[in-house]
Write a protein that binds this ligand. Sequence first.
Ligand code: RP5
Length: 152
Amino acid sequence: MGSQSDWATMKHAADTLDALKIGYEALIVSAHRTPKRLYEFAHSARDKGFKVVIAGAGGAAHLPGMAASMTPLPVLGVPMNTHALEGKDSLLSILQMPGGIPVGTLAIGKAGAINAALLAAAILALSDSKIAKRLDLWRARQTSSVKKKPKD
Ligand code: RP5
C-alpha cells in the first residue's frame, strides 16, 4: 500500500487472506515518497517467490501501474476512498492504464480490498488445489450465511 493511511482499508485484504490461510507480506511502498523501495520491491518480487501483487493506493494512485511496469506478476489495484474526490481520483488513476501494462482494478475501498484478496486466491487456486478447496469453502460459507428474510 502507498501509505500507513491505506492500512485501515487494506487490512480487509489481509484479513481475507488470513481467512484463506494464504501467506502474504503487508508493506508500505509509495510510488511518490519511496520510489527506490518500489523499484527494489517490484524488480525482485517474482524471484522472492511472490505470485500476485495487491497494490492499494489513493489520489494520484501510481503505485499499481508503476509496480505492474516492473514485475511480470499479476497486479491487482485497490483504489482508496479519498476525502477530496471520494476515491474517483484513485479509481481512474488505477483503472486507466495504457495498453501494454495491465492492472486488474477492483472497487473503491473495503469491497475492493476484500475482492482483491479473493481474486488473488482464485489466481493461486488455478495451480494450488488446497487453496482452491479453501476458496470453495469460503464461498459456500458466505452463501449459507445469507438469510432469506430481513429482520428489523
Ligand atoms: C497515496 O497517497 C497513498 O496510497 C495514500 O492513499 C495517499 C495519501 O497518503 P497520506 O498523505 O495519507 O500518507 O500515495
